[in-house]
Design a protein. Structure first.
Length: 301
């Protein structure tokens, strides 16, 4: 049968933060963490969608310790404010889940390409600012959610923000490769902190609709909605690799977990990662670039 949410251990006494917890993979990740006893912070950009998610979650887990907090990963000022409010340790678990996919060219509040800025740089900054709280926990974990699109990603150190020749899927692949590189490099740098990655396979979430809506492509929007209905697994199933990486005693630092059936569907298993994701030199280069761009310098190991 494989690993399911019923295998999550008791999490009472643990504190967790999940970014993008208002829908999709993030919602189901936060829901199961709360169901198993963790105190969970829903870190959401949209106050309206966040309140809706909080209402649903508290109805499902009436005795849960669940709070809502504002976080816009596309604005480093918001990231810093969130970390200031929620950085008191110990923090047992950080799930870097929020993301955007295949958008028309946009930039963040700080001028970064939106996908690289949100999916990687925002989470890099958040993790660094919360690192003291994480390191004060007994056995902290950081799970960074990536995608199978990491396989089409190519390192772009000479033009990380796509100032030349923007391609929406190329930019998405680069951001998701950066998630993997970051997860492995974080695990290498800090003994006592488990950093790993997860991907949901093909799961039905709002992510597939955001890009076409922004581009005004009604046809692509309808096609993606049909594919979600006919082909994709549920968001609840898509959240299982993240939950495994976050809670399973056997989950390994530096590993990536995804659905076992060709990486698209099913219960969690260790996923094969692109070779360049694990190269220490790539990790060091991305780390230096990310510190320079965000202005967030991590504490010494």
């Amino acid at each position: 049968m494989g690993w399911t949410a019923s295998d999550i251990p008791d999490l009472h006494g643990k504190r967790a933060i999940v970014t993008g917890a208002n829908s999709g993979i993030g919602y189901h990740t936060a829901l199961q963490l709360a169901r198993h006893g963790a105190a969970v912070v829903l870190a959401c950009r949209s106050a309206e969608r966040g309140r809706h998610a909080l209402g649903k979650m508290t109805a499902a887990v009436p005795d849960g310790d669940i709070t809502l907090a504002s976080l816009d990963l596309a604005d480093l000022a918001s990231v810093r404010e969130f970390a200031k409010r929620h950085g008191d340790g110990p923090l047992d678990l950080l799930v870097n889940n929020a993301g955007v996919m295949a958008l028309p060219h946009r930039t963040t509040a700080d001028g970064f390409e939106m996908q690289f800025g949100t999916n990687h740089l925002g989470h890099f900054a958040l993790t660094g600012l919360l690192l003291p709280a994480l390191r004060s926990a007994a056995a902290p974990r950081v799970v960074t959610v990536t995608s199978m699109a990491a396989w089409m990603g190519r390192p772009r150190f000479d033009d990380p923000n796509w100032e030349r020749g923007y391609r929406k899927w190329g930019a998405y692949g680069w951001s998701k490769l950066a998630n993997l590189v970051f997860a492995k490099e974080l695990d290498r740098r800090y003994a006592g902190l488990t950093s790993n990655a997860a991907h949901p396979g093909y799961a039905a979430t709002n992510l597939q609709q955001a890009g076409p809506k922004m581009a005004g492509s009604a046809l692509q929007d309808r096609l993606n909605a049909a594919a979600n209905a006919l082909v994709a697994q549920s968001a609840a199933m898509g959240a299982l690799p993240t939950l495994y990486a976050a809670t399973a005693p056997a989950a390994e630092g530096g590993a990536c977990y995804g659905p076992r059936l060709l990486g698209y569907r099913g219960t969690p298993a260790k996923a094969i990662m692109p070779g360049q994701a694990g190269r220490p030199e790539t990790g060091r280069r991305l780390w230096t670039l990310s510190e320079d761009l965000t202005g967030v310098a991590y504490d010494p190991a």
